[in-house]
Design a protein around this ligand. Structure first.
Ligand SMILES: Nc1ncnc2c1ncn2[C@@H]1O[C@H](COP(=O)(O)OP(=O)(O)OP(=O)(O)O)[C@@H](O)[C@H]1O
Length: 266
């Protein structure tokens, strides 16, 4: 379970990224976070695994405060949280297998990780993860030889090899075309259902959020302005939240390619 209690994040320049957020997210939920550009979606995700330090409140992951943890305790909480980024964040010149094995570094000494000496059990785990996303045949290919969708699958496999209990995906499909977008979202959904991994995905497209999530959280100017089931997250409701009608570039099925064009602000 993830709990955010009165969480605020103010950037050093005074911008409020998050303003008194309260949320409880249960194990195994599949949540889409939506909102206009600048609404605070990335700030929220990066605060949960403490890539950003919050300025007020507390974030509790499975009973332990990540806000107050340091050193080994912080590393242990983070080991359970996998992150997926829009830009894939792979080591491009390394093989797919090495990139996936990077998910194991939290389980070994720094020296062992630097030397790249992973036990056979880790290699088995990495292959299992690659099989789950359908690219085991690419294990020995350099990451930069793969398509965008395949690279994002490597990033998903890395999180699986990490044996993460929570996946935070920050606009994971924003660099992908609509077909690949659906394939990557299918992978995330299947993994969520098969392994019960709590999944929180920031998405730009409202229709995509409705198609995959079971719960939608809407942000505006750092505040939660919608939190409910997909059935309540209608275009009309979001038009009211945004203060204007839903635009075509916020709907994947309006043929947006490549995905992720923005240019609107909260
Ligand atoms: N490093 C930073 N320093 C100052 N302000 C920041 C910083 N990062 C984000 N912000 C501001 O915090 C607010 C929330 O930004 P955030 O990136 O979380 O929004 P977002 O909903 O993820 O937007 P996008 O969809 O464009 O990524 C915005 O006003 C943004 O300008």
């Amino acid at each position: 379970m993830i709990e955010l209690r009165q969480v605020s994040k103010e950037y050093p320049n005074g911008t409020k990224g998050l303003n008194k957020i309260n949320l409880t997210i249960g194990q195994g939920e599949f949540i889409a976070v939506v909102g206009l550009s600048g609404a605070g979606k990335s700030t929220l995700l990066r605060s949960i695994n403490r890539l950003h330090d919050i300025t007020e409140g507390d974030i509790i992951i499975n009973g332990k405060s990540i806000t107050k943890s340091h050193g080994k305790a912080l590393r242990m909480i983070r080991r359970d949280i996998g992150m997926i980024f829009q830009s894939f964040n792979l080591v491009k010149r390394s093989t797919v297998l090495r990139n996936v094995l990077a998910g194991r570094v939290g389980y070994h000494s720094t020296l062992r990780s630097i030397l790249g000496r992973f036990p056979a059990a880790d290699v088995d785990l990495a292959f299992g993860a690659l099989e789950r996303v359908g690219i085991a045949d690419k294990a020995y290919i350099r990451a930069d030889q793969l398509s965008g969708g395949q690279q994002q699958r490597v990033a998903i496999a890395r999180v699986l090899a990490q044996e993460a209990k929570i996946i935070l995906a920050d606009e994971p499909v924003a660099s992908l075309d609509p077909l690949t977008t659906k394939q990557v979202m299918d992978d995330l959904k299947r993994i969520n259902q098969e392994l019960g991994i709590t999944t929180i995905v920031n998405l730009h497209f409202i229709d995509l959020a409705r198609e995959y999530a079971t719960r939608i959280i809407g942000l505006r100017a750092g505040e939660v302005v919608f939190d409910g089931p997909v059935s309540d997250a209608t275009n009309e409701r979001f038009a009211a939240i945004y203060g204007r009608p839903i635009q075509e570039d916020e709907l994947l099925d309006k043929g947006n390619a490549p995905a992720g064009q923005k240019g609107i602000t909260a």
